[in-house]
Ligand binder design. Structure first.
Ligand code: UFG
Length: 322
């Protein structure tokens, strides 16, 4: 199948493109490289360097790709930044996405798969979190993703697009070739592994007074290869709907740090800091719907395996894609 992938030079997109190419699909990657890296684009894919806000470029690229499916990873995804620059989030994640959805309709694309987030729920009333929870985002990042979910619901209804919306929990890990390299790194696992590599003196723990067993926030870490696999299943004709993607098990910040210490063999110095604004205490997925309706089964559900693949990639690429 011909598949059009935005954000294919980014962390999760790069591994999905690799998976598509391995399966023999014909891939066009569309990315403005503001967050992504040219070196993260699988050489088997065609690459278009352009911005989603350039409407004519998006229309032409989707049309020229001949794609039957569009998979939309490209986004700004920093919660903190969205609180100080909401315009950037609404412009790129909503208005940019709208150009892409229009291009998909104009080109007669059948399937549209969208990377949404558990941040659309806001702090949940209960965990594990299933798809029926109310969506009450507490930052512009989560709100921008929710707004684009709504756009797609209407496009499904009015234009007959087959839409799959994935709400990711905490993406982590790496493939042999592709891993996590953000120019500004805010995520826990890569920040801990930087200490293990000797590139940072310590990792900060943001908040030690949460109502959790060890006082630090709990998250559900999911391997990017498993995220990629869910997208492969979603490409099948007839599959549509909203699905949470996580392992259904939560780990605290301290547990993640301890796991990184075990895997790397390095001592990780920590500095306890105040809470980071916008962090809910506990986010854990129920992915039962994805298991049942897509037949999705994560292959790397253990945190040890997730961290091991991330550590292996960071050791081989100490400077990331630089
Ligand atoms: N944390 C630290 N120290 C760090 C980095 C993070 O203690 O150096 C803590 C955070 O405060 C949080 C946990 O580790 O409690 C996980 O933080 P991440 O930044 O790794 O990920 P988030 O849980 O904040 O992820 C959220 C949403 C995702 C979204 C992402 C965007 O859950 O859907 O923000 O960056 F994509």
């Amino acid at each position: 199948m011909k598949v059009f992938v935005t954000g294919g030079a980014g962390y999760i997109g790069s591994v999905f493109v690799e998976t598509l190419c391995d399966a023999g699909h014909e891939v066009t990657v569309f990315d403005n490289l503001s967050e992504g890296h040219r070196g993260a684009v699988d050489p088997r894919a065609k690459f278009v360097l352009a911005d989603l806000n350039d409407r004519n470029a998006v229309l032409a690229a989707v049309r020229d790709s001949g794609a039957k499916a569009v998979v939309h990873f490209a986004a700004n995804a920093l919660v903190g930044e969205s609180m100080t620059n909401p315009s950037k989030y609404f412009r790129n994640n909503v208005a940019g996405g709208l150009n892409l959805a229009d291009a998909a309709v104009a080109a007669g694309v059948r399937k549209f798969i969208f990377s949404s987030t558990c941040a659309t729920y806001g702090p949940p009333d209960r965990v594990p979190m299933d798809e029926s929870l109310p969506q009450r985002p507490i930052n512009p990042y989560g709100e921008s993703k929710l707004m684009f979910e709504s756009v797609l619901r209407w496009y499904r209804e009015l234009h007959g697009l087959e839409v799959v919306i994935f709400r990711y929990f905490n993406a982590a890990g790496a493939s042999e070739q592709f891993g996590e390299h953000h120019r500004i790194e805010t995520h826990l696992i890569p920040n801990v592994l930087k200490v293990a590599l000797g590139q940072a003196s310590h990792v900060s723990i943001f908040g030690t007074d949460y109502p959790t067993p060890d006082g630090t926030c709990i998250r559900d870490y999911i391997h990017i290869a498993d995220l990629a696999q869910a997208h492969m299943l979603a490409l099948q004709r007839g599959k549509s709907g909203v699905f949470n993607l996580g392992n259904g098990e939560g780990f605290s910040v301290r547990e993640v740090i301890a796991t990184c210490e075990r895997i790397s063999g390095a001592k990780i110095s920590v500095v306890e800091q105040p809470r980071r604004p916008g962090d809910p205490p506990r986010l854990v997925a129920s992915a039962t719907k994805a298991h049942q309706e897509l037949g999705w089964k994560p292959r790397f559900p253990s945190l040890e395996d997730i961290v091991r693949t991330a550590w292996s990639w960071h050791q081989k690429h100490p400077g990331g894609y630089a």
